[in-house]
Design a protein. Structure first.
Length: 384
């Protein structure tokens, strides 16, 4: 379909060119299926064409006409989308996570994006602002999370892989959403495990506190990595390296030890989770993305390179920031692992890599939210 919004003489000329030059290119104009709209004289167009002198019209759902007409069409589309939003609110009463995924994929941006592209902003902006408020109300109703203006801007950013076929319980999901959007997760409480500490609203103390065994709970990241390596037919050991050097050092540079990683060398993978809200690196994190992970990688190399060299190993720090951003060395290692597993399983590397990140990051979210809920007195007994 081609639409010309030109003076009638220019439209006639364009039509003549299509009729003349189209057939050699395999393009033939079916005049009976063509339509021409004009508020003026239409006598110079072929009589086989459908002709109309309406001042306002819709073509494939696109309003063309005066501002009031375009705005009315947009408002009608907004009302039609509003019916779906109401139904999603009902779904949210049963399962807020399913409702949010449906809102992301079916109920928000996609409903009016085409009209937003083709209708002049001066006509569309008022209606789109109202629709944005409708979506925000649906978000609040589905999730039970009341977002601030800053948090709502964060929520409007693109979210990769809205669903992985996995699920979080409603209280865990709601807390995860508040933590991710930077909303207050502390509820003005002291830490239930170390009462002298006041919980900060962004969950930094909860995700770094050494009491309560949450560090151990995050060890499943190690187990997920080890299991993925075995599926890729690597020989794997966990928690390796203690007492192997001549000085009988008790340090353990390998959470996961992978034989024949590169050029016949064994890889000592050391998994770490670091909070980017650490006061020692906060100023750098605010300027450079991934600065917290990079700083931890350097620190791990300083601590482990000498021992790994003595053992003939390659030290690979696998560092993830608590919000889910992996360090450069982890990204490279996971890419290599995904290539190996894709080859052995005859699946696309992109699919394998997506599944690996999905499993690792889902467990990281669960571990962080568990740490937050464990330290709120109202949930302490439930999550310890």
């Amino acid at each position: 379909m081609t639409v010309f919004l030109l003076a009638s003489s220019h439209v006639r000329k364009a039509l003549a060119l299509l009729i003349e030059l189209g057939p050699p290119l395999g393009l033939r104009v079916n005049i009976k299926k063509c339509e021409v709209f004009s508020s003026g004289c239409l006598t110079h167009f072929p009589i086989e064409m459908k002709q109309s002198s309406k001042p306002n019209l819709e073509i494939l759902g696109i309003p063309i006409g005066i501002g009031d007409f375009c705005s009315a069409v947009l408002d009608r589309k907004r009302s039609e989308a509003g019916f779906l939003l109401k139904r999603l609110e009902d779904v949210g009463q049963v399962d807020p996570q399913v409702a949010l995924v449906l809102l992301q994929l079916c109920g928000g941006y996609c409903k009016l994006v085409h009209l937003a592209r083709v209708v002049p902003p001066s006509f569309s902006q008022p209606v789109l602002q109202i629709f944005d408020q409708d979506v925000q109300k649906c978000f609040t109703s589905c999730t039970g999370v009341h977002s601030s203006n800053v948090a709502w801007k964060q929520a409007q950013l693109s979210l990769s892989r809205g669903g992985q076929g996995l699920h979080l319980d409603p209280p865990v999901f709601q807390t995860a959403l508040k933590w991710w959007l930077g909303l207050d997760t502390a509820e003005g409480s002291h830490c239930a495990l170390c009462p002298e500490k006041m919980l900060d609203p962004f969950g930094h103390h909860a995700t770094t506190c050494k009491h309560g065994g949450d560090v151990v709970f995050r060890h499943k990241l190690r187990d997920i990595l080890a299991e993925t390596c075995r599926r890729a037919h690597f020989s794997v050991q966990v928690e390796a390296g203690c007492n192997l050097t001549s000085d009988h050092s008790h340090s353990r540079p390998a959470d996961v030890l992978i034989s024949n990683w590169v050029l016949g060398k064994t890889a000592a993978c050391d998994l770490s989770v670091i909070s980017p809200l650490n006061s020692k690196i906060l100023s750098e994190v605010g300027v450079t993305a991934g600065a917290a992970a990079h700083a931890t990688e350097l620190r791990k190399h300083e601590a482990n390179d000498a021992k790994c060299s003595d053992l003939g190993w390659v030290c690979i720090p696998l560092v993830v920031e608590s919000y889910g951003a992996w360090g450069k060395e982890a990204l490279e290692a996971f890419s290599m692992l995904a290539s190996r597993l894709a080859t052995s399983s005859s699946r696309p590397k992109s699919m394998v890599l997506s599944e690996l990140y999905g499993r690792l990051n889902l467990h990281l979210v669960r571990a962080n939210v568990r740490a937050i809920l464990c330290r709120l007195s109202c949930h302490h007994q439930e999550y310890i």
